[in-house]
Design a protein. Structure first.
Lengths: 334, 107
């Protein structure tokens, strides 16, 4: 299974500059690159130094509405060239248009019956412009979605912004997506890419406070609300093992109804009847195949779920979860 | 084949993923697949009853969701459960609605 790294970020946030830099690293010497652009004429590939047969330009613009098929076709084409021995690659990088919501590309990888046997999500890298991000985040929903979908956030143009602005932005980004590590575009390439794959596989679950005593089956939640963005990061902790079937019905219904407002759901579950935990990782309407982890991370063996969402009441989600999961009144105490 | 989008082999829903290394699934052999489908139908019916719909297995390979007036739809992929159910019950199922939450808490 070849990992596919999605490089996203708002228009002008430095995706191509970052990609140029990443491609000079030996670690990405065998990466195939797909570039998607908004507009009739593709320009970004001219900006890349390394143009070879592994760079494919997806011309038809906005990835949300038209390019899903093209992403699938381009990946199938890469696979067939590899099968014939004409090219070789160990990773694919897709640079998306700045207006794209990363979800359709992830969905293409997961849902396509051929692609899902050859490729897997290798992490979402989102560039954030330290100078303009605060304005973009306030006005453009795509910018918030790109950050919420990120496994790692790369701050660009930090040399053009003062230290206080960068720090304030870091705090804001952490509120929107506490699960994603934040690095700078001038950091070492290893630091930008290292561990990206593991975080995407759901192994890195964001820290949730263990603010409860052990031995009880209480369900806890905590949330942070960024008023300027309308984005809420909300976590649930439940000590009693959950029923996998009930959980599936609940999350499927919740995402069916509210997937456009739930940018991200990520968590680790203690499943009734299973010794090992299961990691869950969803972006909007899509949930990746659940990962059966080899062992529990350090700390209490409790289920933890983190949501990044907008316009929904965390308390209602908690009550809904309790009712669907057959937790009794005591369990549902916050 | 998916009845909504026409894609072949699309029933790889995360709740019952195709068995592969590292992936959690109960979709492993015939027996556990059947047991899991039975559990899922029971769990879904607990919610569907709110709009007087019911779900059943259809010839061991698909699902059929039915309304009390006899309208029914057959579908193959679990990802279509809620869209198909809402087609039969236009008021739908809002998991954050107080009435549905109360209904579920009592069952």
């Amino acid at each position: 299974m070849t990992p596919v790294v999605l490089l996203t970020g708002f228009l002008g946030s430095g995706k191509t500059t970052l990609l140029q830099r990443l491609l000079t690293d030996p670690g990405l010497a065998r990466a195939a690159v797909l570039i998607n652009e908004y507009g009739e004429v593709g320009l970004d590939h001219h900006l890349l130094d390394r143009i070879d047969e592994n760079v494919v330009l997806l011309k038809s613009g906005c990835i949300c509405c038209t390019v899903r098929g093209e992403v699938a076709d381009a990946l199938l084409n890469l696979q067939s060239l590899r099968d014939r021995g004409e090219i070789d690659f160990d990773r694919v990088v897709i640079e998306t248009t700045g207006l794209a919501d990363p979800y359709p590309v992830l969905q293409t990888l997961t849902a396509h019956p051929v692609l899902r046997s050859h490729f897997r999500g290798g992490g979402v890298l989102t560039t954030v412009d330290a100078v303009n991000a605060t304005i973009q985040l306030g006005h453009r929903a795509e910018a918030v979605r790109q950050i919420a979908a990120a496994d790692r956030i790369v701050l660009t143009k930090t040399d053009l912004a003062d230290a206080a602005t960068v720090e304030a932005l870091r705090i804001k980004l952490h509120r929107v997506n506490p699960a994603a590590g934040v690095v700078r575009s001038d950091d070492a390439v290893a630091g930008i890419l290292g561990g990206l794959d593991a975080s995407n596989a759901g192994l890195a679950v964001p820290g949730v406070q263990y603010d409860h005593e052990h031995g009880h089956h209480h369900l806890h939640h905590a949330h942070h609300h960024d008023d300027s963005l309308g984005v809420i990061t909300f976590s649930l902790t439940v000590e009693r093992p959950v029923d996998w079937t009930d959980f599936g019905i609940w999350l499927t219904l919740l995402l069916h109804r509210y997937g456009d407002r739930i940018f991200r759901v990520k968590g680790i579950l203690s499943i009734a009847g299973e010794d090992r935990p299961v990691a869950i990782h969803g972006v909007q309407h899509l949930v990746h195949a659940p990962v059966h982890m080899k062992h529990w991370p350090q700390g209490p063996r409790v289920s933890r779920l983190v949501f990044i969402l907008e316009g929904l009441d965390p308390d209602r989600i908690r009550r809904s979860f309790s009712a669907f999961m057959r937790l009794d009144v005591a369990d549902a105490a916050a | 084949m998916c009845s909504l989008c026409g894609i072949l082999g699309c029933d790889d829903h995360w709740t019952s993923a195709v068995e592969r290394p590292g992936v959690y699934t109960r979709n492993t052999d015939r027996q556990s697949r059947r047991a899991d489908a039975a559990r899922r139908i029971r769990a879904a019916n607990r919610v569907l009853g709110y709009r007087r719909l019911s779900l059943a297995e259809w010839q061991g390979t698909s699902y059929v969701v039915s309304s009390p007036t006899g309208a029914s739809t057959v579908f193959e992929a679990l990802s279509h459960l809620w869209p198909e159910a809402e087609a039969l019950a236009p008021r739908g199922f809002d998991p954050l609605d107080d009435d549905l939450i109360d209904w579920m808490a009592k069952r």
